[in-house]
Design a protein around this ligand. Structure first.
Ligand SMILES: Cc1cc2nc3c(=O)[nH]c(=O)nc-3n(C[C@H](O)[C@H](O)[C@H](O)COP(=O)(O)O)c2cc1C
Length: 383
Protein backbone atom coordinates (compact mmCIF):
# COMPACT_ATOMS: atom_id res chain seq x y z
CA UNK A 1 0.00 0.00 0.00
CA UNK A 2 1.21 3.46 -0.88
CA UNK A 3 2.03 5.58 2.19
CA UNK A 4 0.02 8.78 2.43
CA UNK A 5 1.92 11.73 1.06
CA UNK A 6 2.83 14.21 3.78
CA UNK A 7 0.99 17.52 3.47
CA UNK A 8 3.16 20.30 2.08
CA UNK A 9 4.84 22.37 4.81
CA UNK A 10 2.63 25.36 5.60
CA UNK A 11 3.87 28.78 4.58
CA UNK A 12 5.92 30.52 7.27
CA UNK A 13 3.60 32.30 9.69
CA UNK A 14 4.38 35.78 10.91
CA UNK A 15 5.67 35.38 14.50
CA UNK A 16 4.54 38.85 15.58
CA UNK A 17 0.99 38.15 14.42
CA UNK A 18 1.08 34.77 16.19
CA UNK A 19 2.29 36.39 19.44
CA UNK A 20 -0.46 38.98 19.27
CA UNK A 21 -3.16 36.42 18.50
CA UNK A 22 -2.04 34.11 21.33
CA UNK A 23 -1.97 37.12 23.68
CA UNK A 24 -5.75 37.28 23.36
CA UNK A 25 -6.02 34.16 25.48
CA UNK A 26 -6.42 35.52 29.03
CA UNK A 27 -4.68 33.45 31.70
CA UNK A 28 -3.57 33.47 35.29
CA UNK A 29 0.11 33.72 36.22
CA UNK A 30 2.15 31.07 38.04
CA UNK A 31 5.71 30.76 39.28
CA UNK A 32 7.11 27.29 38.58
CA UNK A 33 9.67 26.37 41.23
CA UNK A 34 11.96 23.49 41.91
CA UNK A 35 15.05 22.60 43.95
CA UNK A 36 18.14 20.74 42.82
CA UNK A 37 21.29 20.01 44.83
CA UNK A 38 20.35 22.60 47.45
CA UNK A 39 19.75 25.33 44.85
CA UNK A 40 16.33 26.90 44.21
CA UNK A 41 14.95 27.68 40.75
CA UNK A 42 11.87 29.54 39.67
CA UNK A 43 10.34 31.02 36.55
CA UNK A 44 7.15 32.88 35.80
CA UNK A 45 4.84 30.91 33.50
CA UNK A 46 1.42 31.42 32.02
CA UNK A 47 1.46 28.26 29.89
CA UNK A 48 -0.03 26.14 32.66
CA UNK A 49 -3.19 24.06 32.43
CA UNK A 50 -5.06 21.34 34.24
CA UNK A 51 -4.95 18.05 32.35
CA UNK A 52 -6.80 15.32 34.20
CA UNK A 53 -8.92 14.89 37.31
CA UNK A 54 -8.28 11.19 37.88
CA UNK A 55 -5.39 11.01 38.38
CA UNK A 56 -4.97 14.71 39.14
CA UNK A 57 -2.53 16.05 36.56
CA UNK A 58 -1.28 19.40 35.31
CA UNK A 59 0.65 20.56 32.26
CA UNK A 60 3.42 23.14 32.40
CA UNK A 61 5.20 24.35 29.27
CA UNK A 62 8.74 25.64 29.79
CA UNK A 63 11.20 26.98 27.29
CA UNK A 64 14.23 24.76 26.86
CA UNK A 65 16.40 27.84 27.30
CA UNK A 66 15.10 28.34 30.86
CA UNK A 67 17.37 27.23 33.70
CA UNK A 68 14.25 26.21 35.63
CA UNK A 69 13.40 23.91 32.70
CA UNK A 70 16.67 21.98 33.10
CA UNK A 71 16.36 21.83 36.89
CA UNK A 72 12.76 20.50 36.68
CA UNK A 73 13.82 17.90 34.12
CA UNK A 74 16.60 16.66 36.42
CA UNK A 75 14.79 16.99 39.78
CA UNK A 76 11.62 15.32 38.44
CA UNK A 77 9.38 17.51 40.62
CA UNK A 78 8.09 21.08 40.56
CA UNK A 79 5.58 23.35 42.22
CA UNK A 80 3.00 25.51 40.47
CA UNK A 81 2.51 28.65 42.58
CA UNK A 82 -0.59 30.48 41.33
CA UNK A 83 -0.02 34.17 42.00
CA UNK A 84 -2.47 36.43 43.81
CA UNK A 85 -3.50 39.82 42.38
CA UNK A 86 -0.98 41.66 44.62
CA UNK A 87 1.99 39.53 43.49
CA UNK A 88 2.75 41.35 40.27
CA UNK A 89 6.30 42.11 41.54
CA UNK A 90 6.98 38.39 41.97
CA UNK A 91 5.75 37.74 38.43
CA UNK A 92 8.26 40.32 37.15
CA UNK A 93 11.09 39.10 39.36
CA UNK A 94 10.69 35.44 38.32
CA UNK A 95 10.08 36.45 34.70
CA UNK A 96 13.74 37.50 34.33
CA UNK A 97 16.94 35.53 34.57
CA UNK A 98 19.01 36.05 37.70
CA UNK A 99 20.82 34.18 40.47
CA UNK A 100 19.03 35.82 43.39
CA UNK A 101 15.36 35.34 42.53
CA UNK A 102 14.45 33.99 45.98
CA UNK A 103 16.11 36.85 47.92
CA UNK A 104 13.50 38.37 50.24
CA UNK A 105 10.80 36.01 48.99
CA UNK A 106 9.05 34.02 51.73
CA UNK A 107 8.67 30.33 50.95
CA UNK A 108 8.59 26.88 52.52
CA UNK A 109 9.66 23.55 51.05
CA UNK A 110 6.90 21.09 50.13
CA UNK A 111 6.53 17.89 52.10
CA UNK A 112 6.79 15.87 48.89
CA UNK A 113 9.84 16.58 46.75
CA UNK A 114 11.07 19.55 48.80
CA UNK A 115 10.23 22.18 46.16
CA UNK A 116 9.63 25.84 47.15
CA UNK A 117 6.02 26.93 47.84
CA UNK A 118 5.84 30.73 47.76
CA UNK A 119 4.23 32.63 50.64
CA UNK A 120 1.12 34.63 49.71
CA UNK A 121 0.37 32.55 46.60
CA UNK A 122 -3.33 32.09 45.88
CA UNK A 123 -2.87 28.34 45.40
CA UNK A 124 -0.03 25.89 45.01
CA UNK A 125 0.42 22.36 43.67
CA UNK A 126 3.40 20.08 43.99
CA UNK A 127 3.80 17.87 40.94
CA UNK A 128 5.93 14.84 40.10
CA UNK A 129 6.99 14.78 36.45
CA UNK A 130 5.62 11.75 34.61
CA UNK A 131 6.55 12.69 31.04
CA UNK A 132 8.21 15.63 29.34
CA UNK A 133 7.64 15.59 25.58
CA UNK A 134 9.13 18.42 23.54
CA UNK A 135 7.14 20.74 21.31
CA UNK A 136 9.01 23.35 19.32
CA UNK A 137 11.13 25.46 21.67
CA UNK A 138 9.39 24.13 24.81
CA UNK A 139 8.99 20.97 26.87
CA UNK A 140 5.58 20.02 28.23
CA UNK A 141 5.99 18.78 31.78
CA UNK A 142 3.16 16.39 32.64
CA UNK A 143 2.88 16.67 36.42
CA UNK A 144 1.08 14.27 38.71
CA UNK A 145 -0.26 16.41 41.59
CA UNK A 146 0.80 15.08 45.00
CA UNK A 147 0.07 18.06 47.24
CA UNK A 148 -2.27 21.03 46.75
CA UNK A 149 -3.55 23.98 48.75
CA UNK A 150 -5.36 27.27 48.19
CA UNK A 151 -6.15 30.51 50.01
CA UNK A 152 -8.86 33.17 49.73
CA UNK A 153 -8.20 36.07 47.39
CA UNK A 154 -8.07 37.26 43.82
CA UNK A 155 -5.79 35.95 41.07
CA UNK A 156 -3.22 37.90 39.11
CA UNK A 157 -4.37 37.88 35.47
CA UNK A 158 -2.34 38.20 32.28
CA UNK A 159 -3.79 39.44 29.01
CA UNK A 160 -2.15 40.78 25.85
CA UNK A 161 1.20 41.24 27.55
CA UNK A 162 -0.14 43.09 30.59
CA UNK A 163 -0.95 42.09 34.14
CA UNK A 164 -4.40 42.82 35.46
CA UNK A 165 -7.10 41.81 37.89
CA UNK A 166 -10.31 39.87 37.40
CA UNK A 167 -12.09 42.06 39.92
CA UNK A 168 -13.97 44.29 37.48
CA UNK A 169 -16.16 41.32 36.52
CA UNK A 170 -16.74 40.52 40.16
CA UNK A 171 -17.36 44.14 40.98
CA UNK A 172 -19.87 44.36 38.15
CA UNK A 173 -21.64 41.21 39.35
CA UNK A 174 -21.89 42.63 42.87
CA UNK A 175 -23.19 45.92 41.49
CA UNK A 176 -25.84 44.17 39.37
CA UNK A 177 -27.01 42.04 42.30
CA UNK A 178 -27.09 44.92 44.79
CA UNK A 179 -29.01 47.01 42.25
CA UNK A 180 -31.59 44.23 41.78
CA UNK A 181 -31.86 43.86 45.55
CA UNK A 182 -32.43 47.58 46.03
CA UNK A 183 -34.96 47.88 43.19
CA UNK A 184 -36.91 44.80 44.29
CA UNK A 185 -37.13 46.50 47.70
CA UNK A 186 -35.75 43.41 49.42
CA UNK A 187 -34.78 46.01 52.01
CA UNK A 188 -37.96 48.09 52.37
CA UNK A 189 -37.94 51.87 52.05
CA UNK A 190 -37.00 53.49 55.35
CA UNK A 191 -34.74 50.62 56.46
CA UNK A 192 -30.93 50.45 56.37
CA UNK A 193 -29.12 48.37 53.75
CA UNK A 194 -26.99 46.11 55.90
CA UNK A 195 -23.64 45.47 54.16
CA UNK A 196 -22.96 42.17 55.91
CA UNK A 197 -26.40 40.83 54.92
CA UNK A 198 -25.73 41.82 51.31
CA UNK A 199 -22.25 40.23 51.41
CA UNK A 200 -23.77 36.96 52.68
CA UNK A 201 -26.71 36.96 50.24
CA UNK A 202 -24.55 37.79 47.24
CA UNK A 203 -21.43 35.81 48.13
CA UNK A 204 -19.54 38.99 47.28
CA UNK A 205 -16.53 40.79 48.69
CA UNK A 206 -17.43 43.52 51.24
CA UNK A 207 -15.47 46.12 49.20
CA UNK A 208 -17.44 45.28 46.05
CA UNK A 209 -20.77 45.63 47.90
CA UNK A 210 -19.67 48.94 49.42
CA UNK A 211 -18.55 50.26 46.01
CA UNK A 212 -21.87 49.15 44.49
CA UNK A 213 -23.77 51.13 47.15
CA UNK A 214 -21.63 54.21 46.50
CA UNK A 215 -22.34 53.91 42.75
CA UNK A 216 -26.07 53.47 43.41
CA UNK A 217 -26.00 56.59 45.62
CA UNK A 218 -24.55 58.52 42.67
CA UNK A 219 -27.43 57.19 40.54
CA UNK A 220 -30.00 58.32 43.09
CA UNK A 221 -31.24 54.79 43.82
CA UNK A 222 -29.67 54.71 47.29
CA UNK A 223 -29.52 57.47 49.90
CA UNK A 224 -26.64 57.91 52.31
CA UNK A 225 -27.22 59.21 55.81
CA UNK A 226 -24.92 61.52 57.77
CA UNK A 227 -23.66 58.55 59.80
CA UNK A 228 -22.63 56.75 56.56
CA UNK A 229 -25.47 54.19 56.51
CA UNK A 230 -27.11 53.43 53.15
CA UNK A 231 -30.88 53.19 52.58
CA UNK A 232 -32.98 52.58 49.46
CA UNK A 233 -34.05 55.94 48.01
CA UNK A 234 -37.71 56.31 47.05
CA UNK A 235 -38.40 56.62 43.34
CA UNK A 236 -40.72 59.44 42.44
CA UNK A 237 -42.48 60.14 39.15
CA UNK A 238 -40.02 62.94 38.28
CA UNK A 239 -37.06 60.69 38.90
CA UNK A 240 -38.51 57.98 36.67
CA UNK A 241 -39.33 60.55 33.93
CA UNK A 242 -35.66 61.58 33.92
CA UNK A 243 -34.48 58.01 33.47
CA UNK A 244 -36.86 57.40 30.56
CA UNK A 245 -35.70 60.64 28.92
CA UNK A 246 -32.09 59.49 29.28
CA UNK A 247 -32.91 56.15 27.66
CA UNK A 248 -34.72 57.91 24.81
CA UNK A 249 -31.69 60.13 24.18
CA UNK A 250 -29.44 57.09 23.84
CA UNK A 251 -31.87 55.20 21.63
CA UNK A 252 -32.51 58.15 19.32
CA UNK A 253 -28.75 58.62 18.96
CA UNK A 254 -28.32 54.98 17.96
CA UNK A 255 -31.26 55.09 15.54
CA UNK A 256 -30.07 58.32 13.91
CA UNK A 257 -26.48 57.18 13.50
CA UNK A 258 -26.99 53.52 12.58
CA UNK A 259 -30.32 53.22 10.74
CA UNK A 260 -28.67 53.07 7.31
CA UNK A 261 -26.30 50.25 8.09
CA UNK A 262 -28.29 48.00 10.42
CA UNK A 263 -27.73 44.33 9.78
CA UNK A 264 -30.67 42.71 7.95
CA UNK A 265 -30.70 39.80 10.41
CA UNK A 266 -31.02 42.21 13.33
CA UNK A 267 -33.90 44.05 11.67
CA UNK A 268 -35.70 40.71 11.12
CA UNK A 269 -35.04 39.68 14.72
CA UNK A 270 -36.52 42.95 16.01
CA UNK A 271 -39.61 42.47 13.82
CA UNK A 272 -39.90 38.92 15.23
CA UNK A 273 -39.79 40.24 18.81
CA UNK A 274 -42.46 42.85 18.03
CA UNK A 275 -44.66 40.08 16.66
CA UNK A 276 -44.05 37.85 19.69
CA UNK A 277 -45.09 40.74 21.97
CA UNK A 278 -48.39 40.88 20.09
CA UNK A 279 -48.92 37.16 20.74
CA UNK A 280 -48.14 37.61 24.44
CA UNK A 281 -50.73 40.34 24.75
CA UNK A 282 -53.36 38.32 22.91
CA UNK A 283 -52.68 35.19 24.97
CA UNK A 284 -54.83 35.23 28.10
CA UNK A 285 -52.35 33.06 30.01
CA UNK A 286 -49.23 35.09 29.19
CA UNK A 287 -47.42 36.94 31.98
CA UNK A 288 -46.52 40.61 32.20
CA UNK A 289 -42.97 39.51 33.02
CA UNK A 290 -42.63 37.61 29.69
CA UNK A 291 -44.01 40.61 27.81
CA UNK A 292 -41.58 43.00 29.49
CA UNK A 293 -38.63 40.68 28.90
CA UNK A 294 -39.35 40.72 25.16
CA UNK A 295 -39.69 44.47 25.33
CA UNK A 296 -36.38 45.01 27.06
CA UNK A 297 -34.67 42.52 24.70
CA UNK A 298 -35.93 44.55 21.75
CA UNK A 299 -34.43 47.80 23.03
CA UNK A 300 -31.19 46.23 24.20
CA UNK A 301 -30.57 44.57 20.82
CA UNK A 302 -31.11 47.88 19.12
CA UNK A 303 -28.72 49.74 21.46
CA UNK A 304 -26.14 46.95 21.02
CA UNK A 305 -26.16 47.75 17.28
CA UNK A 306 -24.14 50.84 18.26
CA UNK A 307 -21.23 48.47 18.92
CA UNK A 308 -20.52 50.29 22.19
CA UNK A 309 -20.55 48.31 25.43
CA UNK A 310 -20.50 51.61 27.33
CA UNK A 311 -23.76 52.68 25.71
CA UNK A 312 -25.36 49.30 26.40
CA UNK A 313 -24.22 49.57 30.04
CA UNK A 314 -25.54 53.11 30.39
CA UNK A 315 -28.85 52.13 28.85
CA UNK A 316 -29.21 49.25 31.30
CA UNK A 317 -28.21 51.45 34.21
CA UNK A 318 -31.04 53.77 33.35
CA UNK A 319 -33.53 50.93 33.78
CA UNK A 320 -35.54 50.67 36.96
CA UNK A 321 -37.82 47.90 35.66
CA UNK A 322 -37.01 45.82 38.76
CA UNK A 323 -38.83 48.25 41.03
CA UNK A 324 -42.30 47.78 39.56
CA UNK A 325 -42.71 44.20 40.78
CA UNK A 326 -46.00 44.01 42.62
CA UNK A 327 -46.98 47.56 41.74
CA UNK A 328 -47.88 46.35 38.26
CA UNK A 329 -49.52 43.14 39.35
CA UNK A 330 -52.68 44.99 40.28
CA UNK A 331 -52.90 46.78 36.96
CA UNK A 332 -54.63 45.40 33.85
CA UNK A 333 -51.49 45.52 31.71
CA UNK A 334 -53.12 44.12 28.55
CA UNK A 335 -55.53 47.03 28.43
CA UNK A 336 -53.02 49.68 29.41
CA UNK A 337 -49.86 48.54 27.60
CA UNK A 338 -49.70 49.07 23.89
CA UNK A 339 -46.81 47.60 21.92
CA UNK A 340 -47.70 49.52 18.74
CA UNK A 341 -44.57 51.67 19.12
CA UNK A 342 -42.36 48.56 18.92
CA UNK A 343 -44.15 47.39 15.76
CA UNK A 344 -43.78 50.89 14.25
CA UNK A 345 -40.12 51.09 15.29
CA UNK A 346 -39.33 47.69 13.74
CA UNK A 347 -41.07 48.73 10.49
CA UNK A 348 -39.27 52.10 10.41
CA UNK A 349 -35.90 50.39 10.91
CA UNK A 350 -36.71 48.02 8.03
CA UNK A 351 -37.69 50.99 5.80
CA UNK A 352 -34.68 53.04 7.00
CA UNK A 353 -37.11 55.81 7.88
CA UNK A 354 -35.28 57.73 10.64
CA UNK A 355 -38.11 60.20 11.34
CA UNK A 356 -40.67 57.44 11.83
CA UNK A 357 -38.22 55.48 14.02
CA UNK A 358 -37.51 58.50 16.24
CA UNK A 359 -41.24 59.24 16.52
CA UNK A 360 -41.78 55.64 17.67
CA UNK A 361 -39.07 56.04 20.35
CA UNK A 362 -40.83 59.21 21.58
CA UNK A 363 -44.15 57.32 21.67
CA UNK A 364 -42.56 54.57 23.69
CA UNK A 365 -41.00 57.04 26.12
CA UNK A 366 -44.30 58.85 26.65
CA UNK A 367 -46.10 55.57 27.30
CA UNK A 368 -43.42 54.29 29.66
CA UNK A 369 -43.56 57.52 31.66
CA UNK A 370 -47.35 57.36 31.86
CA UNK A 371 -47.28 53.79 32.99
CA UNK A 372 -44.59 54.46 35.59
CA UNK A 373 -46.60 57.38 36.97
CA UNK A 374 -49.68 55.17 37.34
CA UNK A 375 -47.63 52.56 39.20
CA UNK A 376 -45.95 55.18 41.43
CA UNK A 377 -49.19 57.00 42.19
CA UNK A 378 -50.90 53.71 43.06
CA UNK A 379 -48.27 53.49 45.81
CA UNK A 380 -48.77 56.97 47.20
CA UNK A 381 -46.25 58.82 45.01
CA UNK A 382 -43.12 56.91 46.00
CA UNK A 383 -42.07 53.37 45.14
C1 LIG B 1 3.71 36.76 32.38
C2 LIG B 1 4.83 35.85 31.93
C3 LIG B 1 4.52 34.58 31.48
C4 LIG B 1 5.52 33.71 31.09
N1 LIG B 1 5.20 32.45 30.70
C5 LIG B 1 6.18 31.56 30.41
C6 LIG B 1 5.86 30.20 30.14
O1 LIG B 1 4.70 29.79 30.17
N2 LIG B 1 6.88 29.35 29.87
C7 LIG B 1 8.19 29.76 29.85
O2 LIG B 1 9.08 28.93 29.61
N3 LIG B 1 8.51 31.04 30.09
C8 LIG B 1 7.55 31.94 30.40
N4 LIG B 1 7.89 33.25 30.69
C9 LIG B 1 9.29 33.69 30.56
C10 LIG B 1 10.19 33.22 31.68
O3 LIG B 1 9.65 33.56 32.94
C11 LIG B 1 11.57 33.88 31.52
O4 LIG B 1 12.13 33.46 30.32
C12 LIG B 1 12.53 33.64 32.68
O5 LIG B 1 13.61 34.53 32.50
C13 LIG B 1 13.12 32.25 32.73
O6 LIG B 1 13.94 32.21 33.88
P1 LIG B 1 14.92 31.00 34.20
O7 LIG B 1 15.85 30.86 33.05
O8 LIG B 1 15.61 31.41 35.47
O9 LIG B 1 14.09 29.77 34.38
C14 LIG B 1 6.90 34.13 31.10
C15 LIG B 1 7.21 35.41 31.56
C16 LIG B 1 6.19 36.27 31.99
C17 LIG B 1 6.55 37.62 32.51
Amino acid sequence: MEPHALPAAPAAFDQDVFRQVVGHFASGVAVITTALDGQLYGTTASAVSSLSMDPPMMLTCLNQSSSTHDAVATAGAYAINILAADQRDLAMKFGRKGPDKFDGVPYRLSDHGGVPLLGGALASMTCVVTEAPRGGTHSVFFGRVVEADFAQGQPLAYYRGAFGRLEPVQELNAYTKVRQWVLARRTPLGRDLDISTLVGEMQAEPDDVFNALVKLSAEGLVARRQDGAFMPAPITADFSDNLYDGRATIEIGVVASRIHDLDRKLVDELAGIAEAMGHERADGGASLRGFLELHSRFHQLLIAASGSTQLVDSYQRLSIAGVWGEAWNDIDWRARLDHGHVVRLAAALRDKDADAAIAAVHDYTAQAKRFARIAIESRGGRV
